[in-house]
Design a protein around this ligand. Structure first.
Ligand code: HAM
Length: 423
């Protein structure tokens, strides 16, 4: 690369430009209000964690850990570190490290960047954003169902169309072990039909073979032993109760026995909210119960359940629905010419901000005409115009940008006049 070539962002890592950021800010506010309305509290973890945390939590034989983590050795002390590919492991680590959990169940949420070295395509990025929601210390099906109901409420609030809920249960460890053994025996009997990926996973993670999209293996997968047939009574009862609550609240769902999720920490309830409108990357939100993870990370066993939504995918869906925000980020643009006028302009701008108005004070001089052009393109509803004449009299002119008469008023009346105009 020549030394003066323009540098580009890393592939799969996007800038969010100001025109788009308005939608992000609006979305983040809606989501935060919604989370607070269910009693969830914010937690913020570092972007970098020890690599061992993700290996232990997500599982050694998963796509994320095998091929998607941005891992590096700290050049100063040799520590093995990883940019977080997800938030659940960090959240549980933080809760244990600061002893937040025992005798005090926690409803927590976090948001921010996650990093996965996937092949970038529409809806799939190497840096993407999630809102993650975790309820720790709750064992019953009521919280599983509440988290699903929460999602349904958010989709309604956002006016999202065409989102469906896929639901499954993975049972508990014993039933999964029995199922795993049966799967291995079954796939060994049909080893000739397995592709290379499946061969490799046969003994390490046979469950993931069920996730394969290879058309040549679909008949084999459909006929494979079912986890449902191995489930313990407790897990079945738990699942039935989740379903009953959803039914009582009129939340429709589809049972998808092939929904296994790409992270190993789940047990019992798992779910994904999907849309067909985003092409191949249609899962906008996903999660489930993960009762074993706290212990796996080194804590005393505690039940937990959670989910995370992909912000880029949700916003793409909203934009597909024609969602656009009115461009009104500035209320007032102040134009001025002359030394005295410029002093009054900055005082007037501060006075307007004291009244919680959003104000751009013109900088850089120029004719009134060119300043008014800037006022126009700023999207401001009102221009305040100050010439030497006005300044001498400690007055300003107020001009509604959508038409209407320009009026000259005393500076102390300015806020009231502007407020009246933009109401
Ligand atoms: P996940 O299914 O790996 O689960 O990710 C959750 C959501 O993040 C996905 O449904 C998708 O919307 C979004 N997402 C994932 N990868 C990408 C990507 N490369 N580009 C854009 N969006 C993406 C988790 O991360 C779990 N921690 C969820 C959870 C929380 N389970 C329990 N608690």
């Amino acid at each position: 690369m020549s030394s003066n070539e323009t540098l580009q962002a890393v592939r799969g890592m996007n800038d969010i430009l100001p025109d788009e950021a308005g939608l992000w800010l609006w979305f983040e506010e809606v989501v935060r209000d919604w989370l607070h309305s269910y009693g969830y509290r914010n937690i913020r973890m570092p972007l970098v964690e020890p690599t061992a945390l993700f290996k232990r939590a997500i599982g050694e034989v998963t796509d994320i850990v095998e091929k998607e983590m941005y891992s590096f050795d700290d050049a100063l002390n040799g520590d093995h570190l990883t940019l977080r590919p997800e938030g659940t492991a960090s959240c549980v680590r933080a809760v244990l490290q600061h002893n937040l959990l025992y005798n005090a169940p926690q409803r927590l949420y976090y948001s921010g960047q996650m990093f996965r070295h996937e092949r970038p395509q529409k809806g799939r990025y190497r840096q993407f954003h999630q809102f993650g929601v975790e309820a720790l210390g709750f064992a019953g099906p009521d919280i599983d169902a509440e988290q699903i109901l929460m999602c349904a409420r958010l989709w309604k609030k956002l006016g999202l169309r065409d989102v469906t809920l896929q639901l499954n249960t993975l049972g508990d460890a014993d039933s999964r072990h029995r199922h795993r053994a049966k799967l291995i025996t079954y796939f060994e009997q049909h080893a000739g039909l397995l592709d290379a990926e499946a061969q490799r996973r046969l003994h390490s993670n046979p469950l993931r073979i069920l996730d394969s999209k290879n058309p040549a293996m679909q008949d084999l997968i459909v006929a494979a032993p079912k986890l449902m047939d191995e489930l313990e009574d407790d897990a079945l009862k738990h699942f039935d109760e989740v379903r009953a609550i959803l039914k009582r609240h009129d939340v429709p769902y589809e049972i998808n026995p092939r929904l296994v999720r790409g992270l190993d920490y789940y047990n019992r309830t798992v779910f994904e909210w999907v849309t067909t409108r985003l092409g191949a990357q249609g899962t906008i939100c996903a999660g489930g119960r993960y009762d074993g993870l706290v212990e796996q990370i080194g804590g005393k066993a505690a039940p937990a359940t959670g989910f995370a939504m992909g912000v880029e995918r949700l916003l793409a869906l909203l934009q597909d629905d024609g969602m656009a925000l009115p461009k009104a980020e500035v209320d007032v643009y102040v134009v001025h010419q002359g030394e005295l006028a410029s002093q009054l302009a900055s005082r007037a701008a501060e006075q307007l901000r004291d009244g919680d108005l959003r104000v751009v004070l013109h900088c850089g001089g120029g004719s009134f005409k060119s300043q008014m052009k800037k006022a126009d393109s700023s999207g401001a509803r009102v221009a305040v115009v100050i010439g030497e004449d006005e300044a001498q009299a400690n007055e300003v002119s107020v001009k509604p940008m959508q038409g209407g008469e320009q009026v000259r008023v005393a500076v102390r009346e300015l806020n009231a006049i502007v407020n009246n105009l933009i109401k």
